[in-house]
Design a protein around this ligand. Sequence first.
Ligand code: DGP
Length: 115
Amino acid sequence: MDTSCIFCKIASGAIPATFLHEDDAVVAFGDLNPQAPHHVLIIPREHVVSLASATDGHTEVLGRLLRVAAEIAERLGVTDSGYRTVINTGPDGGQSVFHLHVHLLGGRPLAWPPG
Ligand code: DGP
C-alpha cells in the first residue's frame, strides 16, 4: 500500500466507497467524475503505478481486471449495447491517478477515435 495513493485508500477501506466488486486481488467502484451513464474503475488492490510498471508477475491480476470489467458490464446490462474498457498510461495517455486502473464506460455510444 502507498499511503499517499487515493486508490490504495479506497481499496483498503480507509476512504469509504461502494464497491461494485471486491475480491482478494481486485476492487471496483464508480468514477468520481463519470463520463458515461456507467463509469466504473476496476483496480488491483496492490499498488501498481501503471500498466507500464506491471511485470510478468502481474499477468494474472491483469487478466482478472478485464474479467471483472466484463462481469460488471453484464450486471449493468450493457453487454449487448456494448461498452469500452480503457487503461490510460502516462502523460500522453491522460493518466491522472498513478495506481493502475481499468475504466469501464457504457450506457451511451462512445466516439472513436478518442480526443
Ligand atoms: P485516469 O485519468 O485514467 O488516471 O483516471 C482517473 C480517474 O479517477 C478519473 O476518471 C477520476 C477518478 N478519480 C479520481 N479521484 C477519485 C476518487 O477519489 N474517487 C473516485 N471514485 N474516483 C476518482
